[in-house]
Design a protein around this ligand. Structure first.
Ligand SMILES: [Ca+2]
Ligand SMILES: [Ca+2]
Length: 114
């Protein structure tokens, strides 16, 4: 999936499905859209997509949980020892583009659920 997005998967991917009237094309069949159409105008409008989260800040091992295993992985990133692009991005809790000490309070809050 990362290759399809030029190396970095966006935090959220938006999807909608709508069949065409026939296998060769034709108009979109709004009545068969998933999720259901809002305007039902034969177009897929921006508010007719579902967002799927692909990334969770603080989840360095990509298991969708933020727990002790992530605590062990974030320390080398914050010390500059681990420069893995995925780990740095996951450790960048405040989304300022850098993993550093300013991310620690947000990581602890995520870890403790506070
Ligand atoms: Ca995790
Ligand atoms: Ca940061």
């Amino acid at each position: 999936m990362a290759a399809a997005f030029g190396g970095i998967v966006p935090d959220t991917v938006y999807l909608a499905f709508a069949p065409y009237a026939n296998p060769d094309g034709g108009a979109l069949v709004s009545a068969s859209q998933v999720p259901p159409c809002q305007a039902c105008n034969g177009n897929l409008d921006a508010n007719e997509y579902l967002g799927f989260q692909t990334f969770r800040r603080g989840d360095l091992n990509a298991d969708w949980r933020i727990d002790a295993a992530d605590s062990l992985l974030i320390v080398p990133v914050l010390l500059g020892v681990d420069a893995s692009a995925y780990h740095v991005r996951a450790a960048d809790m405040n989304a300022d583009g850098t993993a550093d000490g300013r991310d620690i309070p947000l990581f602890i809050a995520s870890l403790t659920g506070s």
